[in-house]
Design a protein around this ligand. Structure first.
Ligand SMILES: Cc1cc2nc3c(=O)[nH]c(=O)nc-3n(C[C@H](O)[C@H](O)[C@H](O)COP(=O)(O)O)c2cc1C
Length: 256
């Protein structure tokens, strides 16, 4: 009887240990389930977080696409316009477009106008850069240019990297030299066929106005439309009133 009691006690103890073990296992299982749920919900949160960047990415992509479309529209509108300009200051050594316009002694006055045009109508702004630099000292340049004219020179210029014939509108800027366009402009019109292009001349001068050069361009490019140009006195370059004059001329051209 004593032995039976001990056996039942041992059995009871074993049973309770087993039950306790089961209980622990279940708890562990529940805990694991919670972990999984938590993990799942974390993952869901993670994946929704991961989705957020995706949607942000999508938004960004849409924005980028929109920006690209805007840029395309802008450049397709802008690409129709080319602004070519020559000034003795245009040299290979200096980035004539991005360098600050030196407004000393009326030099680079053509570039000043070209920049205003570009700021307002967009398009491609390209300096005509002579393959051989011009002397910049006035007397020296005057002699050099005179000889070039007398010899019927056709000075070369650096590759424009564009074909003016591919544009609807080409602004062409230059100073008056010896009552005419610098000879390098003749090289330009000899080199390219502007048929079907609308040419808009602009120039600086010290009293000769356009010097009849707009008519000369018409003769050189009979199949182009040559609009009324703008002649600006070199000494008026840089003035607010001159900028206003350039802007109202642009408005009158009604290029839209
Ligand atoms: C070689 C040379 C010849 C010039 N000949 C004339 C001319 O015949 N008539 C005139 O009005 N201005 C003449 N000028 C003045 C320029 O047209 C004027 O200074 C212009 O603003 C220069 O432009 P840029 O600074 O962009 O080169 C001449 C200037 C130079 C350097």
């Amino acid at each position: 009887m004593q032995i039976k009691k001990i056996t039942s006690l041992v059995l009871a103890a074993v049973l309770s240990i087993s039950l306790a073990a089961c209980g622990n296992k279940q708890t562990t299982a529940v805990t694991s389930g919670q972990d999984k749920q938590q993990a799942e919900s974390t993952q869901t949160a993670d994946s929704s977080e991961a989705k957020e960047p995706e949607s942000t990415q999508a938004e960004n992509k849409a924005e980028v696409q929109q920006t690209e479309t805007d840029a395309e529209n802008e450049s397709s509108a802008g690409n129709n316009i080319l602004i070519l300009y020559f000034s003795a200051d245009n040299t290979k050594d200096v980035d004539a477009v991005s360098s600050a316009t030196p407004m000393t002694d009326g030099t680079a006055s053509v570039e000043w106008i070209a920049n205003i045009i570009h700021d307002n109508v967009g398009g491609d702004l390209i300096p005509i850069i002579p393959s051989e630099d011009y002397p910049l000292e006035y007397e020296e340049l005057a002699d050099y240019a005179k000889k070039e004219r007398d010899n019927g020179g056709r000075p070369a210029f650096e590759n424009l990297n564009v074909d003016p014939a591919g544009y609807d509108v080409v602004f062409v800027g230059y100073p008056i030299w010896w009552y005419e366009m610098p000879m390098i402009m003749d090289t330009l019109f000899d080199t390219y066929d502007f048929s079907g292009v609308t040419i808009v001349p602009f120039n600086t001068h010290a009293g000769s106005r356009d010097g009849g050069t707009y008519g000369d361009i018409k003769e050189l490019e009979p199949n182009a439309t040559v609009l009324d140009g703008l002649a600006v006195r070199g000494e008026d370059v840089g003035k607010d009133s001159t900028k206003e004059a350039v802007l109202s001329w642009l408005e009158e051209l009604d290029l839209e």
